[in-house]
Design a protein around this ligand. Structure first.
Ligand code: 1HN
Length: 363
């Protein structure tokens, strides 16, 4: 029987090579045909069609969790191995266990744990990938983005939009660790990465500290401002200012059965996402919360900020506590439970999917 699917379906597209002959040692007409087209860098679609167009999203990433208490000592060891200056950024990349060697936590996003020791500087540079920082441990280091300095504390959500010059420094007395999330795999997928190094260590501070939140985060805007930009002008959404909003939502009963009392970090100019490629939420799960099943096409990175709970995903139970980072792959059903009142930060590529009209969710 002449069945290309049987002989070829396991082969990778582009590497499609027919087996040398069928069980009678003869090369079938189809296999010979595939060899002829292969010489012209062509391959039969019908062999790979089911693989490249699955009925539903087939994720390549695995559910995974990094418990902060386990990884912190390993992150701290980096301080003895290399300086922030030599490393440019002293970061341990969180590699999805199913995507080792690819510097990514999901197919589209990079994540890492960055350590900056007292007195250190991470020198100024800029790049076309956008970055966010979510502060996990320590307090008092600063980042500086396009001339605005902000002092960071745990739970702060800090933006470094694409091509914005940024440098970090730790003028506090304690080490500081934060989660970096960047859209690097997305930018490299489009082959659009640019990077610029500066010779000076720091950029000049041009604006008051925390200028952008004061200027844009209060329901008014500078007169005549361009309000069409697809990135928020706010550099730091401080936890101290965000956390009470969750209480307010919860108190008024604004609790989603899947996500808890949740807000979306918004661009105050447009009401849209804070960045075009990455979107973030902060959610409060009330004590004894039992979330309903949910799935969406955006693989999502979560951070537990407060509390203790578990997320069931694809039959796996991820048990989390403060500063743990975990990941839920695309289109896998998940549900959160929380034994005590808990706060979860989350971030995904949902804005990019929405912009392309391909984001889907299901309850
Ligand atoms: C970067 O610029 C930072 O500025 C952190 O802190 C992690 C990972 C890849 C590319 C650039 C930072 C990064 C990065």
């Amino acid at each position: 029987m002449d069945s290309p699917a049987q002989t070829l379906v396991k082969a990778k597209p582009g590497k499609t090579k027919p087996k040398n002959g069928n069980k009678n040692g003869k090369i079938s007409a189809r296999e010979a045909y595939y060899e002829r087209m292969s010489k012209h860098d062509m391959a039969p679609l019908w062999v790979v069609l089911k693989d490249i167009i699955p009925d539903e999203p087939k994720t390549v990433c695995a559910p995974a969790i990094w418990h902060f208490k386990d990884v912190k000592p390993i992150v701290m060891e980096a301080a003895e191995m290399i300086s922030a200056k030599e490393a440019t950024r002293r970061v341990l990349v969180l590699e999805n266990p199913a995507l080792r060697g690819q510097s990514r936590i999901t197919q589209s996003l990079y994540a890492g744990l960055q350590l900056i020791m007292p007195g250190e500087i991470a020198p100024v540079h800029r790049h076309s990938p956008s970055a966010i920082r979510f502060i996990l441990d320590g307090e008092g280091a600063y980042t500086q983005v396009e001339g605005e300095k902000t002092i960071m504390a745990p739970g702060d959500f800090v933006l470094t939009p694409n091509w914005a010059a940024h440098d970090h420094g730790n003028t506090s007395k304690q080490p500081m660790i934060w989660l970096d999330v960047l859209d690097v795999p997305t930018i490299n997928f489009f082959e659009t990465c640019f990077y610029k190094h500066y010779d000076n260590e720091k950029q000049n501070t041009r604006l008051d500290h925390e200028d952008s939140m004061a200027r844009y985060g209060s329901g008014v805007l500078p007169d005549g401002m361009d309000v069409t930009t697809n990135r928020s002008p706010i550099i730091n959404y401080p936890y101290a200012r965000m956390r009470p909003i969750l209480d307010r939502l919860a108190r008024s009963g604004d609790i989603d059965p899947r996500h808890g009392a949740r807000f979306r970090y918004a661009n105050p100019l447009t009401g849209g996402w804070s960045m075009p490629t990455m979107g973030a939420h902060l959610a409060l799960l009330p004590k004894n919360f039992k979330g309903k099943d949910y799935r969406a096409t955006d693989s999502t990175i979560f951070v537990c900020v407060e509390g203790k709970g578990a997320t069931k995903v694809g039959g796996k139970m991820l048990e989390w506590g403060p500063r743990d980072v975990f990941v839920v792959p695309s289109w896998q059903k998940y549900s959160h439970t929380a034994a005590q009142e808990s706060v979860l930060f989350s971030i995904s590529d949902r804005p990019a999917q929405e912009a392309l009209g391909i984001w889907r969710e299901q309850t």
